[in-house]
Design a protein around this ligand. Structure first.
Ligand code: C2E
Ligand code: MG
Ligand code: MG
Ligand code: MG
Length: 287
């Protein structure tokens, strides 16, 4: 990359030093811009949640939804979470954002219940920064109390890296969360360092197979082998398995053959608004 940049710099007759400095400035400025805008975004109501359905392969019904954060900046337009969440984690804003997400997701899940719709679990992504804070247990209890949502309908998604790093203290924290009655899922499973047998000591309910394995499940025999190993070993540990990033019929068929429990992905449904998901639950054709 550096070579290419240098080449272009010479080509255009520009000074190399200035070239790189400008590039570094641009990155730092984008970060400052995002941090600054993000601070205002929460109050300005620029953040919203979409919900991606999770479908049980046996019953073919929606059994859950994952809350996914969306940010529409008034001038920049859509900014994907992969771009702003790392910034929010660095500057500490993830705590306020995370609490908003938690409250909004619980409120929506309870609103579906009060509308008489089938009970489905609401999955909420948790940043490692949030998980590390002592007050995480209290803020989850508060969200459940304030909205009236039954704890077993809330599922917290943590990545395996969070759980494996500092396994000792993580186990204690996970226990406290479990004691609230919520469900726990390991997100992006297969990308980190954990062994399945190690997971036994954690009170986890679901494993989510990382979408990179799922995407190439037909074309990459290694990915197929990993996915089916996760499913069968996960089941022997009495864990539920969710495959995410299901993009076509073939992946769906393979996962059904392997007895994967639930599936999530654009082939089934992209993330939708709370209202659209209510329509799907009502079965009025939106799904
Ligand atoms: P994740 O938790 O692994 O979420 C799954 C991502 O895969 C979502 O992207 C979803 O839209 C996308 N996806 C689902 N099915 C498909 C598919 O079939 N094909 C493709 N190409 N993509 C699919 P999204 O919404 O951009 O979120 C990216 C990541 O941002 C999430 O990964 C999660 O780590 C993070 N994130 C999103 N919302 C929150 C939040 O509220 N809090 C925190 N801490 N992180 C969040
Ligand atoms: Mg997730
Ligand atoms: Mg994931
Ligand atoms: Mg691959």
């Amino acid at each position: 990359d550096a070579d290419i940049a240098m080449y272009h710099a010479k080509e255009s007759g520009r000074n190399n030093f200035r070239f790189f400095t400008a590039d570094m400035n641009r990155k730092a400025q984008e970060r400052l811009f995002l941090e600054d805008s993000l601070r205002r975004a929460l109050d300005a109501g620029e953040l919203s949640l979409l919900y991606q359905p999770q479908i049980n392969l046996r019953t073919r019904t929606i059994v859950g939804a994952e809350a996914l954060l969306r940010w529409y900046h008034p001038r920049q337009g859509f900014i994907p979470p992969g771009r702003f969440i790392p910034v929010a984690e660095d500057c500490g804003l993830i705590m306020a954002i995370g609490e908003w997400v938690l409250m909004e997701a619980c409120r929506q899940a309870q609103a579906w219940r009060e509308a008489g719709l089938p009970a489905i679990r609401m999955a909420v992504n948790f940043s490692p920064i949030q998980f590390r804070q002592q007050r995480v247990v209290g803020s989850i209890r508060h969200a459940l109390d304030a909205t009236g949502l039954a704890p077993e309908l809330l599922e917290l998604e943590l990545t395996e890296r969070v759980v494996m790093r500092n396994a000792e203290s993580a186990a204690g924290r996970l226990r406290k969360l479990k004691d609230l009655g919520v469900r726990l899922a390991i997100d992006d499973f297969g990308t980190g360092y954990s062994s399945l047998s190690y997971l036994k000591q954690f009170p986890v309910d679901n494993l989510k197979i990382d979408q990179h394995f799922v995407r190439d499940i037909r074309t990459d025999p290694n990915d197929a082998a990993i996915a089916s190993a996760i499913i069968s070993m996960g089941h022997s540990l009495r864990l539920g398995i969710i495959a995410e990033g299901v993009e076509d019929q073939d992946a769906l068929r393979f996962l059904a053959e392997q007895h994967c429990d639930d599936v999530q992905g654009n082939f089934l449904s992209k993330p939708v608004t709370g209202e659209q998901l209510a329509g799907m639950l009502r079965g009025d054709g939106a799904g």
